[in-house]
Ligand binder design. Structure first.
Ligand SMILES: *Cc1c(COP(=O)(O)O)cnc(C)c1O
Length: 378
C-alpha cells in the first residue's frame, strides 16, 4: 500500500464535479486575470480570516514581497524572522533591499522564540515576520507588544497555516498583514500557483493592489513602479469550491494528528510536535522529532520508503547556513535550536483523506524500525 505525503488526486476525486463545473464557467465567461471570480474569492477569504481586505496575488512568495513593500520595507531596513522556514520568507526580504535578521526557534514548536527577539531590535528594524510553521500559530502576544513598544509592523507568514487559530483568532488577522499561499500542497491548494495578502489596514491593501498590477490605478496610468503579480480567475474559481470544504478538511487533519499523537506517544525516541494551548493548528504538515536517541533519520526514511510510505524533511538546512545567504555573515552554532531541528524533524503523510488504518501502518512501520535498530545496537 502506497502512502504518499499528500494525495491531491484523492482530494480532487471528492470534488471533481464541482471543480470541473467551476473551471467550465470561467472558460465560458472569458475573464482570466483578476475580475469577478477573484474578487468574490477575496471577499470570502477576508470573511474567513476575519480581515477587512484580501488581495489575490501570483504566489505566497509574492504575497510576502508585496506585503513587505507595502509596509515600507526598503534598503537599510532590517526584518526579524526565523531561519527555520521555507526560503521565500528570507528571500523576499532581500528582494526588498532589506536585511533578514534571524532569531532562533522554540524547540517545542519550531516557531520563532519571542523571548529572543528583543535583543535583535535596532533603530533599523522595520518589520517582524513570524512564520506559523507546519500550521501552528506563533505566540503572537509578546510580538505585538514589542511592535507597539518599538513601533514596527508585524507581517505573518501564514503560507502553512491558513485556518489555524491563535487565542480564537485566525492567523493572518493578528498582525498588520498576513500572507497566504495556495501552492497545491498547502491546506487550501490551487492547481497552480497563487497567494493572497490579508489585512485590516486600507493603506496596505491599497498599496498591494497597486503593486500587483504594475502600480496602475487606472489602466496605463502608473502611481508607482510595480509588478505583474495577479491571481488567475481559474485558480480563484477552483479555490472558491475548495474553501467551502476547508473547515471540514482542517477538522479531519486535526483528528488525524490526534490519532498520530496518541499512537506515537508510546514510542521511545520519537516526539510529536507539541501543540500549544493558545492555539489550534491546521496541521498542514504533521511533523515529528527524533530526539537525541541515536536514531538515524535517513535510515528511518529509507525504511518507510521501502514500505511505500513517503516522508519529507522541512527543512534539512536552516537558512543561516545556506550558501545563498552566506553574505549575511552567520555561521554554524549561531542558532543551535534551528540546527538541532534540521537534523531531527520528519514530516509524515498528512491529508484530509488519509485513512486511519494507513496512519496505524505508518506508526507500526516506525515502531518496527526502532525495534530493529535497537536490536542491531545491542
Ligand atoms: C510555501 C511557503 C511560502 C511560499 O509560498 P509559494 O506560494 O510557494 O510562493 C512562503 N513561506 C512558507 C513558510 C511556505 O511554506
Amino acid at each position: 500500500m502506497r502512502i504518499p505525503l499528500v494525495d491531491l488526486k484523492a482530494q480532487y476525486d471528492t470534488i471533481r464535479g464541482e471543480v470541473d463545473a467551476a473551471i467550465q464557467q470561467v472558460l465560458d465567461q472569458g475573464q482570466f486575470i483578476l475580475g469577478p471570480e477573484v474578487q468574490a474569492f477575496e471577499e470570502e477569504i477576508a470573511d474567513y480570516c476575519g480581515t477587512k481586505f484580501a488581495l489575490g496575488v501570483a504566489s505566497g512568495t509574492d504575497a510576502l514581497r508585496l506585503a513587505l513593500l507595502a509596509c515600507g520595507v526598503g534598503p537599510a531596513d532590517e526584518v526579524i524572522t526565523t531561519p527555520f522556514t521555507f526560503v521565500a520568507t528570507a528571500e523576499t526580504i532581500i528582494q526588498c533591499g532589506a536585511t533578514p535578521i534571524f532569531v532562533d526557534i522554540n524547540p517545542k514548536t519550531y516557531n520563532i522564540d519571542p523571548t529572543q527577539i528583543k535583543e535583535k531590535i535596532t533603530s533599523r528594524t522595520k518589520v517582524i515576520l513570524p512564520v506559523h510553521l507546519y500550521g501552528q500559530a506563533v505566540d503572537m502576544d509578546p510580538i505585538l507588544e514589542l511592535a507597539r513598544k518599538y513601533d514596527f509592523k508585524v507581517i505573518e507568514d501564514c503560507a502553512q497555516a491558513l485556518g489555524a487559530e491563535y487565542k480564537g483568532k485566525k492567523v493572518g488577522s493578528i498582525g498588520n498583514a498576513g500572507c497566504l499561499s495556495f501552492f497545491p500542497t498547502k491546506t487550501l491548494g490551487a492547481y497552480g500557483d497563487g497567494g493572497m495578502v490579508v489585512t485590516n489596514e486600507p493603506k496596505i491593501a491599497e498599496t498591494v493592489n497597486l503593486l500587483r498590477k504594475h502600480g496602475a490605478n487606472t489602466s496605463y496610468y502608473y502611481l508607482l513602479p510595480g509588478f505583474n503579480s495577479r491571481l488567475d480567475a481559474l485558480q480563484a474559481a477552483i479555490l472558491r469550491i475548495k474553501l467551502k470544504h476547508l473547515d471540514r478538511w482542517i477538522e479531519s487533519r486535526r483528528a488525524k494528528a490526534a490519532l498520530y499523537e496518541q499512537l506515537l506517544r508510546e514510542i521511545d525516541g520519537i516526539k510529536p510536535l507539541s501543540v500549544e494551548e493558545f492555539g489550534k493548528p491546521s496541521f498542514t504538515y504533521y511533523t515529528i522529532c527524533l530526539k537525541d536517541s541515536g536514531l538515524n533519520r535517513n535510515k528511518l526514511r529509507e525504511h518507510l520508503e521501502s514500505r511505500g510510505i513517503q516522508t519529507m524533511v522541512y527543512y534539512p538546512l536552516s537558512l543561516h547556513l545556506q550558501e545563498a545567504y552566506g553574505g549575511l555573515g552567520y555561521k554554524q552554532g549561531d542558532f543551535p535550536q534551528s540546527e538541532l531541528a534540521q537534523s531531527q524533524v520528519l514530516s509524515l503523510p498528512m491529508y484530509p483523506e488519509l485513512g486511519e488504518e494507513r496512519i496505524r501502518e505508518v506508526v507500526a512501520s516506525i515502531k518496527n524500525f526502532i525495534r530493529n535498530s535497537k536490536s542491531l545496537r545491542c
